[in-house]
Design a binder for this molecule. Sequence first.
Ligand SMILES: Nc1nc2c(ncn2[C@@H]2O[C@H](COP(=O)(O)OP(=O)(O)OP(=O)(O)O)[C@@H](O)[C@H]2O)c(=O)[nH]1
Ligand SMILES: [Zn+2]
Length: 288
Amino acid sequence: MKLTGTVVAAYGRQYRVELADTTTLLCFPRGKKSAIACGDRVIVEQSSANQGVISSIEARRTLLYRSDHFKQKLIAANVTQVIVVVATEPAFSDELITRCIVAAESQDIKVLIVLNKCDLSERVAAARAPLAQYEKLGYPVMMLSATQDSALLLPHLAGHLSLLIGQSGMGKSTLINSLIPDARAATREISEALNTGKHTTTHSRLYRLGTAAALIDSPGLTEFGLQHLSSEDIALAFLELRPLLGKCRFRNCRHDREPHCSVHTALGHGDIDPRRYAVFRSLCAEIG
Ligand SMILES: Nc1nc2c(ncn2[C@@H]2O[C@H](COP(=O)(O)OP(=O)(O)OP(=O)(O)O)[C@@H](O)[C@H]2O)c(=O)[nH]1
Ligand SMILES: [Zn+2]
């Protein structure tokens, strides 16, 4: 029997697929190579009461992945909102935030930045300051405390499949556990299946919040390679560069050291944040 379902967990070569009636099957892909992500809509052939084989993947609305010279790693499929989670402590990387935003923009996905652990009030001002540059670009920044007022996030989740992404220790899992009562059990299931015995998030997991919202928790990021993007993709993913593109003297301007570069002029006028420009250059340099 062929069924349609959603991949709610991807670990090892096994996938947990949720069917329309909310039951789940442990599934394996047909064939050796598989590139299936949490959030994928798949066709499953049920092979026993609780197992199945994934025969195909439906067209994706969006696909987020990391890539470097050696490999690609799928993060999530069909996400409509990326929630970048940072915290008042430990310190977070500005560059990683921009990389998350670039990944989202390259797929036309909405971005929300959450500053967590705002209960640590003496740290809020210092943590908030570097976020002003994103707010200025139009990205909303929400302040909350996963341990005290996580429900503030609920109105932003309605109607979306949201991906929580960020460095380890920012509080993504705490946020999920506070919003979704049975999340702990699901995390345990993955670590038991993989025998890791760890409590940190090792694999992405999709959780439903009622019928109109869902959240994907993802493992803590230490780096975010975006080698699959072209230099045009990268430039377009920087909102502040968009109006300048095509206005440089050279049509193939790399906005590096070329004369009469509109990006350099804007940088000189203070219209572009130099930290964002530095990330732009490092993304371009990585793809060569
Ligand atoms: N004070 C305070 N501590 C928090 C808050 N949210 C999370 N923490 C703590 O921060 C630490 C890290 O939280 P996690 O939820 O494990 O972080 P994570 O982002 O899921 O980390 P990974 O699973 O490694 O990606 C834990 O000790 C939490 O108790 C908060 O709102 N306030
Ligand atoms: Zn230029």
